[in-house]
Write a protein that binds this ligand. Structure first.
Ligand SMILES: [Zn+2]
Length: 340
């Protein structure tokens, strides 16, 4: 969102946002690209710009008008966001928000595990919202994130409105897995590609967020700054990342003991990926070449990769995280002994 200082929260969104605002021909845009580069922020900025009552040159939100103030306070009456319950809090749209809706309330009451899906209840509520005249007369905007979280029933319910939106209604959907959307949803949206940001912008932003040795974590996450920030917040440090390949080669599962299991498994998968590339003479993607032991063959690495893939599927609920990591690291040690 764009505040009164006129500064974008993610500087690399400036060019794609200007382009999207200038080229929007459809009432429904689909921001798509890799995760961790600001898709949700981009959808919000589109929404804020469409609702802004004093847009700057290039149709960009001003950050200061009454509409922008309401938007920044999550109180704009012509704006609605559809999120899975599991994401509401972390994205700043907690269950206490007015738009929290039926889903959030039932989730709170039943103390059920927050859903990762966008359900029919939320879409029904949106359909009600869509029918009311715009309170501020500018536009009505619905953001859907991540769009692939719409379950089939919810997606089908959304479809009709997406096809024939009432007068001022506009949509900004965002997805890192557009191929997982119903083709009928995809075909009704104008795609807005959002790729990896320029490295220097991403690094400067990470440094501004207090991430040390930002270039290491940025490379570790494949150039996705929001993911790098999340890793940092989870306690992953550059030094630990650089030491990881050799510690795994020595069988030290303690190298990963401070990391949440899904992150630890993702880290090992990236290590396997880089070692396999090395065995084919290709440069690594996630680690600097100097951090990697010299591979002599791919034997064992493929099997290790498959074991990691299996583990990743159950990473959210491992039966015994310590044992799991020990066994995965031991397997990696064997694979690297053969390979290195
Ligand atoms: Zn404004």
């Amino acid at each position: 969102m764009l505040g009164p200082d006129g500064k974008l929260p993610l500087p690399w969104l400036e060019a794609p946002l200007a382009q999207a605002l200038a080229n929007a021909r459809s009432h429904a845009l689909l921001v798509q690209g890799p995760a961790g580069v600001g898709q949700f922020d981009m959808a919000l900025l589109l929404a804020q710009s469409w609702l802004c009552e004093a847009p700057a040159a290039g149709k960009l939100a001003c950050g200061r008008c009454a509409a922008c103030h309401l938007f920044l306070a999550h109180a704009h009456p012509d704006f609605m966001v559809l999120l899975p319950e599991a994401l509401r809090e972390s994205l700043g749209y907690g269950a206490d928000d007015e738009e929290g809706g039926a889903e959030a309330k039932t989730g709170k009451a039943s103390k059920a595990k927050p859903s990762r899906e966008i359900k029919i209840d939320a879409v029904r509520q949106m359909l009600g919202f869509a029918q009311v005249t715009a309170a501020r007369g500018r536009a009505k905007v619905v953001v859907v994130y991540p769009a692939e979280a719409l379950n089939t029933v919810a997606a089908n319910a959304l479809l009709k409105t997406l096809e024939e939106p009432a007068g001022m209604l506009r949509f900004a959907l965002a997805s890192s897995a557009p191929e997982a959307l119903l083709p009928t949803i995809r075909s009704r949206c104008q795609p807005v590609p959002l790729g990896l940001p320029p490295q220097e912008l991403a690094q400067a932003w990470l440094a501004e967020q207090g991430v040390e040795a930002a270039e290491v974590l940025l490379a570790a996450t494949g150039g996705r700054p929001q993911e790098a920030l999340a890793w940092y917040a989870d306690g992953v440090r550059a030094q630990a990342w650089l030491e990881l390949p050799r510690r795994v080669a020595r069988g030290e599962s303690a190298a990963l003991s401070d990391w949440p299991v899904p992150r630890a498994i993702a880290a090992l998968q990236r290590l396997t990926h880089d070692l396999l590339r090395g065995s084919h003479g290709a440069p690594p993607s996630y680690f600097p070449p100097t951090a990697l032991p010299k591979p002599r063959g791919a034997a064992g690495l493929h099997a290790w990769g498959r074991a990691l893939q299996d583990a990743a599927r159950h990473a959210e609920h491992p039966l015994n995280a310590g044992l799991l990591m020990e066994s995965l690291v031991a397997q990696g040690q064997r694979a690297m002994r053969v390979a290195a």
